[in-house]
Structure formats: C-alpha cells, structure tokens
Design a protein around this ligand. Structure first.
Ligand code: FAD
Length: 346
C-alpha cells in the first residue's frame, strides 16, 4: 500500500544460521529488546507511521530439487524467493501445480501464512511441509500440512502472528503436461487461444499460467504503478434469510452458498452498488475497475490513519444501504508490531 512507515530497527537474515545467531542474543523478555515483527514482501500489511518493533526480514534464497520420479518432483524453496518468479521458473522446468497462483505478489515464506489461493488452487494442495523457527522457544520445526492447520486464507501462522518464522517451504509438483485446472471464469477460453497459437489442441499448464497472468493484469492494478494491497475487504457471510430479503430489492446481488444456510456475498458488488467505485477519502480511494481494491494516490505520504478513515467511510455507506458489515482482509500492524484485528472479523 506504500504507506509512510519508519521502523526502529530492521534485521535481514540471509540464512538460517544468521537467524540462530541473532536470536541467541535476543532475550524476548528483556526490556531493552523490542517486540519482533516478521516482514516479507509487504504486499499484505498495513504498517503504522512509527513501528516500534524489530522488523525481522527473512530473505534467504535458493530453490533445491530434492526428489524426482517420472510423475513428480519435490523442491525446497527458501523464504526469500519471489513467489511469481518461482511459479514461472517451475512451469519453465516442466514442474506443474503452482501455475494458477501466478502473479500473486510477495515472497515464498509468506505464502503459507494465509494459504494463498486463486483460480481454484490453494497453496496447501502442493505443499509437503514448512520449515519454521519458533521464536518464543528458539527452536526449529518441520510442520506438515496437518500441523499448519490450513483453512480458507488461514493457517496456524496467521492465527499466531510473530510466533513462527517460515524459512523454507517444500512442494511436491507433478510433471503431467496434460493436467490443468482451467474451469474458473475465462481461464479456459484464454488458455485455449494460447494453445491454438502454438498449433496445439489442448491448453497446457504454461497456457493456463499465461491466461491467468493476462486476466489478473486486466482486473487488478499493479501495486508498483498504483499502490494497493489486493482485495481490501473480505466477502461477508450472511444468513440465507437475509440474502433472500436483499434479493427482493436487488435481484442482481451476487452470492455463493456456504455450509449452515449461509451465503457468501461479493463485497466488490456491494461497494459498487453503494456508488463507491472510485470513491473513498482521498488519497485512499477504491479502484475504478475493481471496487474491492483500495488504492493509495500519495505513495509514501499517506498513513495508516488515512486507510482507516477510508475503510470506515466505505464500510458505513455499505452498511447503511445493505445492513452488511464489511471487514478488512490485509494485516493491520499496530505500532508495537502486534496485529490489530478488525472488530467485525468473525
Ligand atoms: C495486487 C494484489 C493481489 C493479490 N492477490 C492475492 C490472491 O489472488 N490470493 C491471495 O491469497 N493473496 C493475494 N494477495 C495478498 C498477498 O499477495 C499474499 O498475502 C502474499 O502471500 C503476501 O506476501 P508478502 O511477502 O508480501 O507478505 P507480507 O505482506 O510481508 O506479510 C504478510 C503476513 O505474513 C507474515 N509473514 C511474512 N513472511 C513470513 C515468514 N517468512 N514467516 C512467518 N510469517 C511471515 C507477516 O508478519 C504478515 O503478517 C494479493 C496482494 C496484492 C497486493
């Protein structure tokens, strides 16, 4: 979001031994030591103007092939590897599975934190284990998929912030060029066009990746050009009865059935229908093409307070119209490095 932020101290770790060495001298309880905040690419955080914490940045690099058969490969990827570069690298090698997660910003170490997902794939589908450092006990652990307690955009790491530092992620990818997941939205049609351009009958994983890159580039502003943190609001989940009542007044309302007679409503649709496309409180306004995305028009000057004001304004207008409370999706970081939860997040 390119908010103005000064941290008291920033420590980068380029390998696991360096983390051990730093933590050996760090007494979590000592008064002179500030709390630790773990930061990777910064694409999913809203930082305070003054961060009175020790910011720990895991930037270790490396992609290692650890096993290979006719059907699959295992790779271990260090936390500091750029996520999108990893996706394009694996597809170029003929190692498939991650292609639907192309163009998600950030580094690999952060990907398990919210179990990143897009176009029908979630990180956990291809993950084998995570190597992570437990900060309170200063010990290393291997966490299996079950240990990570993944949920929809959720994990053990997200629920216990600044407790774990993920240093390495192991994936099992497949090598079957005919296996693709392209049923989502326009992906099949765009991927098929790429296949036909190459005189192939069926789309392969590289075609699907290119299709997803194209679709995402059309739909979402590039954070490097216009700072944003992707979807700003979660899709609210409301009772079926409330949804049915709203449908009478708004037949076009967009909702997806969930368990327990609940409906997930498209937050972007609500914001757009409330007349808030391109609106907000300057310099933080919703994007013209994608109302779910808040953009920062004064990079490195706007602060967390500006974001809070725009969030409140948008949530209030939507609530007035639909009686639905919107909650924030990105991570709100308090001045002491702890995470501020949205009071409306259930
Ligand atoms: C334009 C845009 C589009 C996006 N699209 C999607 C999408 O389609 N799907 C999706 O799931 N997400 C999406 N996101 C969100 C974001 O890309 C992901 O959450 C990404 O994994 C964040 O990576 P990061 O390196 O920037 O993490 P950061 O923003 O630096 O950190 C995010 C959180 O993870 C913690 N963390 C970071 N690194 C580590 C580590 N090594 N160990 C332990 N904790 C750590 C941080 O403390 C923080 O709480 C999008 C964001 C943007 C800006």
């Amino acid at each position: 979001m390119a908010l103005a932020c000064i941290a008291d101290s920033v420590v980068t770790v380029t390998d696991e031994a360096q983390l051990d060495a730093f933590m050996a001298n760090y007494d979590v309880k000592a008064e002179h030591n500030k709390p630790i905040f773990v930061l990777s690419g910064g694409s999913n955080v809203l930082l305070p103007a003054h961060l009175k914490a020790t910011v720990l940045c895991p930037i270790m690099r490396g992609i290692h092939l650890t096993a290979q058969t006719d059907g699959y490969v295992d790779i271990e990827v260090m936390a500091g590897e750029n996520w999108h570069d990893l996706v394009t690298y694996t597809v170029a090698q003929g190692w498939y599975g991650l292609e639907n997660l192309a163009l998600i910003p950030g580094l690999t170490g952060a990907a398990p934190v919210q179990n990143i997902g897009a176009y029908g794939v979630q990180l956990e589908d291809y993950l084998q284990f995570v190597r992570a450092y437990h900060l309170p006990t200063k010990t290393w652990h291997h966490l299996s998929v079950a240990d990570c307690e993944f949920g929809y955009r959720d994990s053990l790491f997200k629920r216990a912030p600044n407790t774990w530092l993920i240093s390495c992620v192991r994936f099992r990818l497949h090598t079957d060029v005919s296996k693709v997941l392209a049923s989502y939205g326009d992906v099949q049609a765009v991927a098929q066009r790429y296949a036909e351009q190459q005189q192939r009958q069926q789309a392969n994983p590289a075609d699907v990746m290119q299709a997803i890159i194209d679709i995402r580039q059309q739909k979402l502003p590039d954070p490097k050009q216009l700072p944003n943190c992707g979807s700003f609001f979660q899709n609210p989940i409301i009772p079926q009865s409330q949804f049915a009542a709203l449908q009478k007044s708004y037949p076009a309302i967009v909702g997806y059935p969930m368990p327990d007679a609940m409906i997930k409503v498209a937050a972007g649709w609500l914001i757009e229908q409330a007349g808030l496309k391109g609106d907000g409180i300057a310099p933080i306004v919703t994007h013209q093409q994608q109302a779910l995305v808040l953009t920062n028009h004064t990079p490195h000057q706007a602060t967390q307070d500006d974001v809070a004001a725009a969030q409140q304004y948008i949530a209030d207008v939507v609530y007035e119209k639909f009686a639905i409370q919107l909650s924030r999706e990105p991570v709100w970081v308090n001045p002491d490095g702890s995470i501020g939860y949205d009071e409306h997040v259930v």
